[in-house]
Structure formats: structure tokens, C-alpha cells
Ligand binder design. Structure first.
Ligand code: KG4
Ligand code: ZN
Length: 340
């Protein structure tokens, strides 16, 4: 049967996910329950609600992943589970569940770094030659990596404050667009053809590190300056109309895209020997930024990989994929595996 079979489990934030990956035929199933509806009304993830929801869903999600994969737990060769980084209560639900079934069925367990999952998520659909540059951007992290091999990567630049997705989410909240902000900003910007109306600051072009909190403050003060935001009252004013919101969304998207392009260009100068570029994480759902980075790669004659949206946002397929090469390298953990 189908080479090595890995069951992947992911519960680091607000998605309860499980997947089955086969070393022979690739991804066999990928099941996910998103808690977005639960957290929407609060404008962000509430940790206590997240772990409770994981607890309710984990059993059925794992069962479904096994069923869809046409396997039972008995034929699974190893269980890969996210152990860091993430919300402690959420991580503990996935890990405790994974340990319990691993112990009951005497299966090996492998603790996975969620960020490593994102980095290698692009391989679920397309292989890139090593070494290559990876830009990983989501709600919790933003970093540039030099990827040397499976499981071998080095951070060459990272955010000094907020993550890119967080900037989208916080600015969308400021404008009362809703949560999560990234997809909404894209929707608004799309209607106005991604023009750069307000030229927001793009940070220091001479470093590979990112900073997004300055951008958030710059947008806030620009809104105040234009008479669209009441700073003491912390509220948006009715003077800001629908068209203005589209202009801000569009300018923000162009700004973040330019920041990414700038960093990648700089990294390509420093690491001129790289053989490809990948763009991963929740923000890589953004079609505008994806297209800009694909153009950049093309300009440098480098292959470009960026996963479909289902593999950009949190998922267990990427966890099972990393679990597969770790199993191949005999990197198993003991049953005393813990989070962080
Ligand atoms: O990878 P992910 O699901 O969770 C984390 O590990 O954080 O990423 C979620 C982030 C959110 O901040 C969300 O606003 C952003 O990804 N995002 C987007 C888009 N879709 C999701 N940002 C920009 N454009 C999008 N289309
Ligand atoms: Zn993530």
C-alpha cells in the first residue's frame, strides 16, 4: 500500500486540520474546519474560544481525513503534529490528541514547526530547485528564508514588529471593513485597479528586515490628516466614503507589494546563486502580490512557486508533507513531546 503514510494534524491557531500524505502518491486527503465565523465578531482570534472549538472538532476532522484518504489509523506509519509556534491552548489540543492515538496504536510521532510547514507548503504542488528564496507572510509571521534543502533553511530577514497579515487585518479594522482584513483589502483594491493613490512609506530599502507597525501608524495619521478619522475618539468619520476606502485599500496593497519586491530584489543581490523564489503563507492568497512576485521571478529567469489558497492559509497538508521527509530522515520524537 502507497509507500509511507503520514497523518498530519494542525491546531496552532484557529483552524482544526488533518491530512494524509503518502510518500508514493502525494496528498491523499486534506480536511479543515475554520473557526473564522466564531472569531469574526471580535475582530481577532480569542484563544480560549479557539482551544474549545479545537477540542470539539479534532476527533471528527481526523476521522474524516483518514476516511477521505482511504486509510485507517492501523496503516498510518507516523503522526506529524504542529508543536510550535501558536496559541498554547490550541497547540495542546492537537498534540494531546496526536499523542493519545500514537500511544494507543504504537505509532511514531513527529513534532512539526508550523513555520517549516508554511515554507515547504509550495512542494505540495510544485518543486523548486535548492537553494531558493522563500517569502513567508501570514497573520503571525513574515520572514525571508534561504531554503537549502528539505528541513534546512536560514532566516535572512524578518519583521521587527507586526506581521504583514496583521497590518492588513489592523488597517482593515481601522476602516471598519471586517475580519480577516487581507481578503477584504484585496476586494476593495481590485475595484479600483490597484492604483497607488497615497504613496504610503515603504520602510528601509537597505535591510532585509521588514517593519509593518510604522506603516499602520502612517496610514492612521494619513486618515487623520485627510479628515477621515477622529484620533481622540478612535473612530472613523462619515467623511470617509466608499471610494476613499477603496483608495486606501489599493494604496496599502501596492505599498506592501512594493516592500516585498524591494526585499526580494535586495536578497537576490546578496544571494545571487539562488535558483528559485517561493511565496507562501496566508498573505500569498493575494492574487495581486502573487502576480507581482511572479513577474519579478520571471524578470530574473527564476522559477516561481506559490501554493493555491488552500495551502497558503493554515492547513495540515503542509504538516504531513514535512512529517514525511522527517520520517524519511528518521527524525522521530518520543511520546514525551511537548509544545514549543
Ligand atoms: O497563514 P494564515 O492562515 O494564518 C497564520 O498563520 O497567521 O494567514 C492568515 C493571514 C491573515 O492576516 C489574513 O488577513 C491574511 O493571511 N490573508 C491575506 C489574504 N488572505 C488572507 N492577506 C492579503 N490578501 C489576501 N487575499
Ligand atoms: Zn500559519
Amino acid at each position: 500500500m502507497a509507500g509511507r503514510l503520514i497523518l498530519g494534524i494542525e491546531t496552532s491557531c484557529d483552524e482544526t486540520a488533518a491530512a494524509v500524505y503518502s510518500s508514493d502518491d502525494g496528498l491523499r486527503s486534506n480536511v479543515l474546519y475554520s473557526q473564522t465565523e466564531i472569531h469574526k465578531e471580535y475582530g481577532g482570534v480569542i484563544p480560549e474560544l479557539a482551544s474549545r472549538s479545537h477540542l470539539e472538532k479534532i476527533n471528527s476532522i481526523v476521522r474524516r481525513a483518514l476516511e477521505h484518504g482511504g486509510v485507517t489509523l492501523d496503516v498510518i506509519d507516523a503522526i506529524a503534529v504542529t508543536v510550535k509556534p501558536g496559541l498554547p491552548g490550541s497547540l495542546l489540543v492537537g498534540l494531546s490528541f496526536a499523542k493519545a492515538i500514537a500511544w494507543a496504536k504504537k505509532k511514531p510521532i513527529i513534532g512539526i514547526d508550523h513555520l517549516e510547514g508554511h515554507i515547504f507548503s509550495s512542494f505540495l504542488e510544485k518543486s523548486l530547485p535548492f537553494p531558493y528564496l522563500c517569502l513567508s507572510a501570514s497573520g503571525g509571521h513574515t520572514a525571508l528564508y534561504l531554503v537549502k534543502n528539505f528541513g534546512e533553511f536560514q532566516i535572512i530577514g524578518q519583521t521587527l514588529d507586526d506581521a504583514a497579515g496583521e497590518a492588513f487585518d489592523k488597517i482593515a479594522k481601522l476602516m471598519g471593513l471586517g475580519y480577516p482584513g487581507g481578503p477584504l483589502i484585496e476586494k476593495y483594491a481590485q475595484e479600483i485597479s490597484f492604483e497607488d493613490f497615497f504613496h504610503y512609506p515603504r520602510g528601509n530599502p537597505h535591510t532585509l528586515d521588514f517593519s509593518f507597525s510604522g506603516l499602520k501608524t502612517a496610514v492612521l495619521y494619513d486618515l487623520v490628516k485627510r479628515g477621515w478619522y477622529d484620533l481622540p475618539a478612535k473612530s472613523l468619520l462619515a467623511t470617509m466614503n466608499f471610494e476613499n476606502k477603496k483608495q486606501v485599500a489599493s494604496s496599502l496593497l501596492v505599498c506592501i507589494s512594493k516592500m516585498f519586491e524591494q526585499k526580494i530584489e535586495l536578497a537576490l543581490k546578496e544571494f545571487s546563486y539562488v535558483r528559485g523564489i517561493s511565496f507562501v503563507g496566508g498573505v500569498a492568497c493575494n492574487r495581486f502580490i502573487k502576480a507581482k512576485l511572479a513577474q519579478l521571478a520571471n524578470k530574473h529567469n527564476l522559477p516561481f512557486a506559490s501554493p493555491s489558497p488552500a495551502f497558503c492559509t493554515d492547513n495540515a497538508a503542509m504538516i504531513a508533507f514535512v512529517g514525511n521527509y522527517k520520517a524519511e530522515q528518521n527524525k522521530f520524537d518520543t511520546y514525551s513531546l511537548d509544545i514549543f
